[in-house]
Design a protein around this ligand. Structure first.
Ligand SMILES: Cc1cc2nc3c(=O)[nH]c(=O)nc-3n(C[C@H](O)[C@H](O)[C@H](O)COP(=O)(O)OP(=O)(O)OC[C@H]3O[C@@H](n4cnc5c(N)ncnc54)[C@H](O)[C@@H]3O)c2cc1C
Length: 479
């Protein structure tokens, strides 16, 4: 915070408070966060017969993919992920865009996903309606008997010292009932940012740690920036495409220049480069221009706003950084919407649909587990005796989209220093580039949540801790 904005007195002081909190609930499995990973973990362990409580600070499960408006759908990779796609479809929430509904969209440089295709290429883009799908996920938790507490924020945890590792006795949460504790046998990290693990004393690497790409200007390791997604309804795609072609303005650079000259584009919106450097090649993180993808209905599009790299904001670890990102990105959304309506044909009658409920973190804390999966594990095709997955082939864009085939070991779910916590989703014990490249997306975070839920369910059945569970064969879809 700059000096002129300083609201508090300079010196930090401490106000002692009564530490006692009532224990309001107890469960076999306690999950923090109901994003894809926490959701799948809660669902799986409840289906295996465990009593399960999940605490979610927002009003629905799904995390980035519902509350954050990232409704990217697919055929499904099996297990709970496929079940989700089928349920969303059965509720009429899957929207399909293709050449018929979106002529001239393949190869359009404004397309977030189809820009690399050649004009006229076939494409199918599936998306789910984030709002409706969040309600479906909530119903699925109810059906499985999961006790979900929404608008409930995890704030702390109580750890008993053990002989070696510590043992989480309870988490402390806050909601309309006040501050209270939830005790449990096994806890699952589903916050997407390693918040529970960090609070329990698990060592971690902060977002940005070790990233050479972002340190090239001044040695500062900046996290891969988070982003705010939003939707616009009422876009007339044929008019937009006509403008791009007739004005020879495929990237809208002409209208952007016009608007910028008129003072209608704030600094930072449509930044072409950052401090003269292209980061992650031409990746969308740099957000050089308008960036959109068809979603939910004809004429509706999802748009991306990303945190400027330069600001080096750690939204997961600093409430002030989070507020800065939220204020800034909402102002960009407002400016972008006004620019589009005023200057870009096809947007004349468009309007903002929704804005994500929070700025999503792409590169939060990376908890350290009994194994940290690194890029060399992928490059060397490392095989693990405790593999939880069958070998998966994925493109690693850090290595110029080289396909590597790799397995994930169970030890990536087991954090150091705590004996009754399982990691999942974006908080798995992976190095920043491997989690970002391959394991952090919706299908895989759902899968790793399901695996964590399966492990928790087995441990409850066997009355053992996660580190005592022998993992001998890969987990197939559906367990
Ligand atoms: C901007 C952005 C764009 C992305 N784009 C794509 C994409 O195009 N395709 C794709 O597949 N993936 C995409 N991802 C990645 C993917 O969405 C996430 O990595 C994935 O959602 C991680 O799942 P998760 O369950 O670990 O965490 P999250 O989805 O982050 O869910 C965490 C949940 O925990 C809750 N929570 C957090 N803290 C607390 C607390 N203290 N108390 C209670 N609840 C808490 C949150 O509200 C949230 O519901 C994107 C991510 C971001 C940030």
């Amino acid at each position: 915070m700059s000096d002129e904005n300083q609201l508090a007195t300079g010196e930090k002081s401490i106000i002692p408070m009564a530490a006692d909190v009532p224990v309001s609930y107890d469960a076999d499995v306690v999950v923090v966060g109901a994003g894809p990973s926490g959701f799948a973990a809660a669902l799986k362990s409840a289906r295996m017969g465990a009593s399960v409580i999940v605490v979610e600070k927002l009003d629905a499960p799904g995390g980035v993919h519902t509350s954050g408006l990232q409704g990217h759908a697919s055929e499904g990779i099996g297990g709970i992920h496929t079940e989700l796609m089928e349920r969303f479809d059965a509720h009429g929430y899957i929207y399909r865009a293709d050449n018929t509904s979106h002529a001239d969209w393949a190869g359009n440089p404004l397309s977030h996903y189809e820009r690399k295709k050649s004009p006229g290429d076939d494409f199918i883009r599936l998306s789910f309606n984030p709002e409706g799908s969040g309600s479906v996920m909530s119903q699925m938790l109810d059906e499985a008997g999961v006790f979900a507490l929404y608008d409930t924020r995890f704030v702390d945890c109580i750890v008993d010292p053990g002989n070696g590792d510590g043992h989480i006795r309870a988490i402390v949460v806050e909601n309309n009932s006040g501050r209270f504790a939830i005790t449990g046998r096994i806890f699952i990290e589903g916050s997407g940012t390693g918040q529970l693990a960090a609070s329990a004393g698990v060592p971690y690497i902060s977002g940005g740690g070790g990233q050479p790409d972002t340190a090239q200007w001044d040695g500062v390791h900046r996290p891969v920036p988070g982003g705010l997604l939003w939707t616009m309804h009422g876009v007339d795609l044929p008019s937009l495409v006509r403008h791009q072609q007739q004005a020879d303005d495929p990237l809208l650079q002409k209208v952007i220049a016009e608007a910028r000259a008129a003072g209608d584009i704030p600094e930072g919106l449509y930044r072409p480069t950052m401090q003269g450097a292209h980061i992650y090649a031409s990746m969308y993180i740099g957000h050089p221009t308008l960036d959109m993808s068809p979603m939910s209905a004809d004429g509706s599009y999802c748009l991306w706003q990303n945190v400027p790299y330069e600001l080096n904001l750690h939204m997961d670890e600093s409430g002030e950084d989070n507020s800065t990102a939220t204020r800034l990105l909402r102002s960009y959304v407002d400016a972008e919407a006004r620019f589009l309506r005023k200057y870009v044909p096809g947007f004349d009658n468009a309007r903002i649909g929704s804005i994500g409920r929070y700025v999503g973190v792409r590169d939060g804390r990376h908890p350290i587990g009994e194994h940290v999966f690194t890029i060399d594990d992928a490059r060397n095709g490392h095989r693990f005796r405790d593999a939880v997955t069958h070998p998966m082939k994925k493109l690693f864009f850090w290595d110029t989209y080289t396909p590597y085939e790799f397995e994930v070991p169970y030890r990536c779910f087991l954090p150091k220093k705590i004996d009754n916590l399982l990691l999942a989703g974006a908080s798995l014990s992976f190095s920043y580039e491997t989690i970002f490249m391959v394991m952090r997306n919706f299908p895989w975070t759902t899968l790793t949540g399901e695996i964590a839920g399966y492990a928790a369910g087995r441990c409850i059945e066997k009355k053992i801790g996660p580190k005592e569970l022998e993992w001998t064969s890969p987990y197939g879809p559906g367990g």
